[in-house]
Design a protein around this ligand. Structure first.
Ligand SMILES: *[C@@H]1O[C@H](CO)[C@@H](O)[C@H](O)[C@H]1NC(C)=O
Length: 468
């Protein structure tokens, strides 16, 4: 699904021309992040402890929080990125479509993200360092609305107009702003982070100045002010802009970043280190594959795909972020520039951090309780009895299971109700993405595809005691 990006092959040619230490200089791996863990106005780097200015699309470990440090990241119990020893977080602004009437609709993020870990060295014998514990950084400027690329630094923020059919061949496919044409296979947002460190600060007041780009972003030497070279990281995130291909109007592209930017120049990215630092250093020192295939790096262990896909953080800011919106979440009026955008505040946006959203219903009145989000499998069902209801609710399924003498009830994929006599096997427990509304009550949750919102009868005489 994720081909080698054009920038990688381009730079490979450059590097080949420059040096002969091919395998070392070209070494990299692609870290697959299979899903977004959260879309929320949350940015523990820029706005710690408060609701942040605009919506972010966040990947990585589920330790992610409004306030977080290295220990919090390391305490994650899952990550949407598949390498087990990496519990970092990676985030970018969310993307919206703006309709002619001024309403907004979120553009679906597809396939998670790919984070490239690139072993760029200059000179070729340069020693690359792993990010230290507590390290974090931001790149890009949310207030920028014009092209201010310094010569040779055009690789930092780019958009690729994807067309897997090849029909757009010959057209420009790489942009520093939002493309002015539809992208049939989606819009790929790309961010190259700076890799040169000042050697002492884990962060800085603007979250940027402890880091600097090498001469050409993607290759070249570090400046003397920032002499320590980290491994380079590069994000690729794809948005399904093609879903709006028939809804362009007024001869301009209709997409807008969550911070109110219709140009694309304000693209920015954030990184919080959650690596087992020794493992990252070992990977840098020993993983020389030029294929990018992450499994070829022997020091990595992996989460089961299913667990990474499922990993999520429940939102805590009570505001609408899906469906048609009258305005962008937060105080983010559309500011097309070219002047820098101005910060807006006090527009009545939600500023409270609430309790984490609950994806289950209190059924204590029935003397039942929530067990958790449980994995189901089409070929081997977790619970034996099934009945479908077009108006399924949590209570309806429980009542049915009770009437048949079962002590466990599970709701799946909106309208499926399952009953069982015994607890689900341990290896199917501990999932979290039971986030599909029930067919009979959109305020309740009835599992998801192959996920069961699972409840059980409390106390003696319940189904648990029937287990032989
Ligand atoms: C704006 O237009 C979209 C369709 O283009 C529509 O679905 C939405 O309801 C409209 N919003 C308002 C406030 O009229």
């Amino acid at each position: 699904m994720f081909g080698r990006s054009s920038f990688v092959s381009g730079s490979v040619a450059v590097v080949l021309a420059l040096i002969t230490l091919v395998s070392q200089a070209n070494a990299f791996w692609r870290l697959p992040c299979l899903n977004t863990i959260l879309v929320e106005r949350n940015d523990p780097i820029v706005n710690p402890g408060t609701v942040s200015g605009h919506l972010h699309t966040i990947m990585g470990g589920n330790g992610f929080d409004f306030t977080m440090d290295y220990e919090k990241a390391r305490a994650s119990t899952c990550s949407s990125c598949t390498v087990k020893q990496d519990l970092s977080n990676y985030w970018i602004p969310s993307l919206f479509y703006r309709a002619k009437n001024g309403s907004f609709f979120p553009v679906e993020q597809i396939g998670g993200a790919t984070i490239y870990y690139l072993q760029r060295r200059d000179p070729p014998e340069e020693k690359l360092k792993a990010f230290p514990p507590g390290f974090r950084m931001v790149t890009g400027d949310p207030w920028l609305r014009h092209n201010n690329i310094v010569s040779g630094q055009g690789d930092a923020f780019t958009y690729i107009c994807l067309d897997y059919s090849g029909r757009s061949k010959g057209l420009k496919d790489r942009y520093n702003e939002f493309p002015d044409r539809n992208c049939p296979s989606g819009l790929r947002v790309q961010i190259f982070f700076p890799s040169c460190w000042n050697g002492k600060d884990l962060d800085s007041p603007d979250h940027k100045s402890h880091m600097a780009y090498p001469t050409n972003v993607n290759f070249g030497k570090c400046p003397t002010s920032h002499p320590v070279r980290f491994i380079s990281i590069f994000y690729e995130v794809i948005f399904n802009t093609n879903a709006f291909k028939d809804q362009w109007y007024d001869n301009k592209q209709p997409f807008i970043l969550s911070n109110g930017d219709p140009t694309g120049y304000s693209l920015h990215g954030d990184f919080v280190n959650g690596w087992d630092v020794n493992v990252l250093q070992k990977a840098i020192d020993t993983c020389n594959s030029a294929s990018g295939v992450v499994e070829e790096c022997g020091v990595f262990k992996f989460f089961e795909r299913d667990r990474s896909q499922d990993c999520m953080v429940p939102p805590r800011v009570e505001e609408q972020t899906t469906g048609w919106l009258e305005k962008l979440p937060g105080c983010n009026p559309v500011q097309p520039g070219p002047a820098r955008a101005i910060q807006h505040a006090n527009c009545g946006a939600q500023e409270d951090i609430g309790a984490p959203m609950k994806y289950y219903t209190d059924v204590s009145a029935k003397n039942w309780e929530y067990v958790g989000c449980v994995m189901d499998n089409l070929n081997s069902r977790t619970f034996p009895e099934r009945v479908d209801f077009n108006d399924l609710t949590v209570e309806k399924c429980i009542d049915y299971c009770v009437s048949k003498g079962f002590g466990f009830a599970g709701m799946e994929y909106s309208r499926e109700c399952y009953c069982g006599k015994s607890a689900p096997p341990q290896d199917r427990m501990g999932y979290s993405r039971c986030t599909t509304p029930c067919a009979g009550d959109s305020k309740q949750y009835c599992g998801a595809a192959q996920r069961l919102s699972t409840y059980k009868a409390k106390g003696p005489g319940s189904g648990t005691s029937d287990t032989p």
